[in-house]
Design a protein around this ligand. Sequence first.
Ligand code: ADP
Ligand code: MG
Length: 460
Amino acid sequence: MIRQNTSIARIVIFVLVAVTIFVSTAFGFFSYWQERSIRLKELHAELTIVSGQLSSSLALPVWNFDQQQTEKILESAMQNRQVAGIIVKEPGPGKVVAGRTRDPQWRVIPTGSDIPPHGLLSVQTPITIHDRQIGTVHLYLTPRFMKELLHSYLIRFACGIAVLNTCMVLILFHLLRRAVINPLKAVVGYALKVGAGGAEKAAIGAAGFYGELDNLRRSIEDMTHALLEAQEQLVRKEKLAILGQLAGSVGHELRNPLGVMNNAVYFLKTVQPEADDTVKEYLEIIKKEIDTSLCIITDLLDFARTRKPRIEAVAVRHLVDEALQRCAVPENISLRIALPDTLPALRVDPLQIGQVLYNLITNAIQAMPDGGTIEILALKLPASSTMKISIIDSGDGIPPERVAKLFQPLYTTKARGIGLGLTLCRNLSEANGGTIEVASLVGRGTTFAVTLPAEEPEEP
Ligand SMILES: Nc1ncnc2c1ncn2[C@@H]1O[C@H](COP(=O)(O)OP(=O)(O)O)[C@@H](O)[C@H]1O
Ligand SMILES: [Mg+2]
């Protein structure tokens, strides 16, 4: 069960977005203050020039006490919408000669006091005539102008930051999704699939995984495969154990009545040597069916009685010969046996491996009802103390989709088969420290190869 916890991705995104917004906003404020101080300096410079011009145009009227002319000059200077107010004073702490300011309705009104108008910047310039100071002019600049100027700058800047933030968040989200969220989603999907029993040997897929997440993916895949393998083996062992018990008891119970029936047939044949042909034919059919049933029961009992192998050194040729004797190879099948004399002895349980060879040769014979060839080869594998025995037939072969099922208990395609022969072959080969493999081509034939421990060749 996957619980819906707070998503790590969401937390990471939230933190990244918060950090980005904080950094860009702080940067924005810093630039705003810088821009403001630059603008203020520029304005101050402009104001100094305007104030200088005003003081020189006021020099003569102030010198001549020409109040009318002074007022006129102030009036025209106030036409400049940036100017908040002008005050003309006598030198020193002197009294106000003339002044203009703006009222809350933005109208120009004369002022007789030296209360400075509400200006943002002020510049004080002396009024001189023949190098003698005859007064001072105080010029105040309205904050409105400055506000408007900075306001538009602020809007542009805020828009820029918003766009930058959005882009950064989108890029971060995209990167995070590719590098973290998508891989994690794939892992969760895989875990759910495995949990539901649908993944089998599926893989998460390497696409989109980098660095540590790729290592994580690999270890999850490996771990899952190992777990599935172990689970499969456990289920197989359990199935085989149950099957073994069942096969053992059923086989044992059936062997006695079949033995009685066999005796009865034998008795009837002996006491009725003159019976007519139909009776004789039917007795023969009964005898054949009893033999087939006994074969099936032998398979069942062999399967049920898998005991611990008793390992000893035994020649391959001996095991092959015995198996062939038991099989009774039909005449339409030709045998090719290649067992070099130089082969070392096998180190196996002769009865168990003899059983394996018998089952494989029987299957090969049954795969070629119309005749063919059986090749039995053995070779010592280089650089290991193992030997490979191959039983190759020229039968119809096995389609690839059926190959995987061959070693499953009870898998058979034969009307009279019980499908335990190959399962037994694999169990016995593995119990003797070996393996069994199959390769088949439809229309060409099948090869079963058993690899088993062999004696080390003697040092020359
Ligand atoms: N040499 C072979 N060629 C073709 N098919 C084979 C061969 N050996 C085994 N098989 C297939 O594998 C199945 C299982 O074999 P086995 O376990 O021996 O059980 P059974 O012989 O009772 O059917 C057979 O029914 C057959 O379809
Ligand atoms: Mg068989």
